[in-house]
Design a protein around this ligand. Sequence first.
Ligand SMILES: [Zn+2]
Length: 322
Amino acid sequence: MTKKLLPTTVVGSYPKPRWLNHLVREYTEGKISEKIMERAYRDSIKAVVKEHELAGIDILWDGEMRREEMTSYFAEHIDGFKVYGEVRVWGNNYYKKPAIVDELRYGDELTIQDYKFLREITENRIKVPITGPYTIVDWSFNEFYKSKEDAVYALANVINKELKGLVRAGAEYIQIDDPAIPTHPDEIEIARNSIEIATRGVDAYLGIHICYGDYSKIYPQVLEFPVDQLDFELANKNFKDIEIFKEYEFTKDIGFGCVDVHTKRVEPVDEIKENIKKAFDLVEPERVYVDPDCGLKLLPSEIAFMKLKNMCLAAKELRNEL
Ligand SMILES: [Zn+2]
């Protein structure tokens, strides 16, 4: 199969339908059964997948309908974590902060069943996103391991089992979401080692998504990470980071965040085309993946959809022009 030029893909979470949030609340309160909840998740995923297909997305995921949050979701499924109540972070946002209270061990499958379900309902390519061990540990309390480094490596070994299981199930494209990396540039060696451990023996196309950070603090070191693609948030900072990347040869494929997820303004197709073209200053078009900066989950769903649609139209037009 020849590779499609400028493939479009998604990052992070998509807006959840209101009825799903309602049912999750009812389920938490014990008002509906697990069977009904499971059916609701599957129905919401089918709806998201259909919406992404209609928008023209080439490489799909399930909108992360099952994930409330990118750290606690995984912590809840890995032995050795305990999830405390909500803690307050940045302004008025809360999240359930996990704690490592015992040796970390692989228990439940984390994403494998989700991958298999998606494979049943779409013909499109699939990208499986999973939060990186460095970020999960950075956003958790460590009450067991002697050092943060030990905890990160232990979790990387757990993630490695999951990634190998994903490949056995047929997954070909895996993305590690690691937004905490730029917040501690002094620990970039630990982050790099964690990716190496997590991806050892994993025969898939591998990307790493890093958002909301000062990329000058991790570049060019991040080029040494053992992945095929680096995926960055670029539209939100008006593509200024490209100047940082230009200082060294960009030796990976790039996931090019070309749509801003922090504004309700739907970027017109022509504008997105111009955005995508900026990637060609770094790498040849064959190495560019087109995606939004990050998850669209905080936007109204009709705006999220229009943003994806325009992004896909822009990629399509460019593909024809190249
Ligand atoms: Zn992100």
